[in-house]
Design a protein around this ligand. Structure first.
Ligand code: SF4
Length: 300
């Protein structure tokens, strides 16, 4: 049996940056608070907890001592969080991914021009909460084209954005459905001027660029062990991409989730994960499989 770790799996640079900032902020402070889990991976959260990082919610900011240090993770926060921190004298360490900051800036420009903002994403996902906050919580959050067609006001200039970790193909379907509906309305009413509409694909290249490489990796192995946190959006998207190519793709948040029945008749095992999966977790899984099957360990 051959066990291989996907060389394209693991932290995206935005998450690497966030973890670096988190660790850096703990150098001169024994306790730092983070708004929500620093990443969607329980094992990495536990590792950082041991270093002094504790997870809190934004509602707990008023209970913190003045001067406490609070980390904003890669997903970003709405403007109201910055105001609350200033009000209670809390020091913010902003580790928002620069790509998410850029999306927030672009959204703000459209809001200033009076556009109705539609976000293709998950309503309660932290990144969407942050982007929605930029619009004064007026944006329409949709998960598919049906929701978009049922909730958008087609008399208003409209711009569509995406949560950075969504599926590209599904974004295209939503964008196209809105465009077609607007065209039909223009033809139907014989209006001379169409309502302004823009679709901005803000899906992160670190996520979408991985699809093809993951499909290739999934097709090259008999089974795939997909390691990610259960809360990771990006993990769910990538898991399904792998599963579509190789139905013997199995999800394991930790090495304890591994079921040895998966390995029956298997010669090649691929280990991969989400952009929030630490490399050390995949190495642990590889080591465990190699020990179980008495495989001589090669380079990790
Ligand atoms: S997936 Fe992209 S947007 Fe999200 S944290 Fe990573 S680099 Fe930033």
């Amino acid at each position: 049996m051959k066990v291989t770790i996907d060389k394209n799996a693991g932290f995206c640079w935005g998450v690497v940056r966030t973890i670096d900032i988190a660790e850096g902020s703990l150098v001169d402070k024994s306790k730092v608070y983070c708004l929500g889990d620093v990443i969607h991976n329980t094992l990495e959260v536990e590792r950082l907890n041991r270093l002094g990082l504790s997870t809190i919610t934004v509602d707990e900011i008023p209970n913190l001592e003045k001067g406490s240090r609070v980390l904003i993770r890669a997903h970003g926060e709405p403007p109201s969080t910055y105001k609350l921190a200033a009000q209670y004298g809390v020091e913010l360490v902003d580790a928002t991914c620069p790509i998410v900051i850029k999306v927030q800036e672009r959204v703000r420009k459209f809001v200033d021009k009076g556009f109705q903002v539609v976000i293709f994403g998950k309503k309660n996902h932290a990144e969407v909460v942050g982007i929605n906050g930029v619009t004064g919580n007026t944006s329409i959050v949709v998960l598919n084209k049906e929701e978009a067609l049922g909730s958008v006001d087609f008399t208003k200039p409209t711009v569509l954005f995406s949560q950075t970790t969504m599926d590209k193909q599904e974004f295209k379907e939503v964008a196209e459905a809105l465009r077609q509906k607007l065209e039909t309305l223009v033809i139907g009413s014989m209006e001379e001027e169409a309502v302004q509409y823009h679709a901005k694909d803000t899906i992160c290249g670190q996520v979408s660029g991985r699809e093809k490489k993951l499909q290739q990796f999934a097709s090259e192995n008999d089974i795939i062990i997909f390691t990610a946190g259960k809360k990771s959006s990006n993990g769910k998207v990538l898991f399904h991409i792998s599963h579509d190519v190789n139905p013997r793709t199995y999800f394991a948040e930790t090495k304890e989730d591994i079921d040895w029945n998966w390995f029956e008749g298997v010669e090649t095992v691929g280990i991969t994960g989400a952009t929030s999966t630490p490399h050390w977790v995949m190495k642990d899984v590889k080591r465990l499989i190699e020990e179980k099957f008495g495989i001589e360990q090669y380079s990790l």
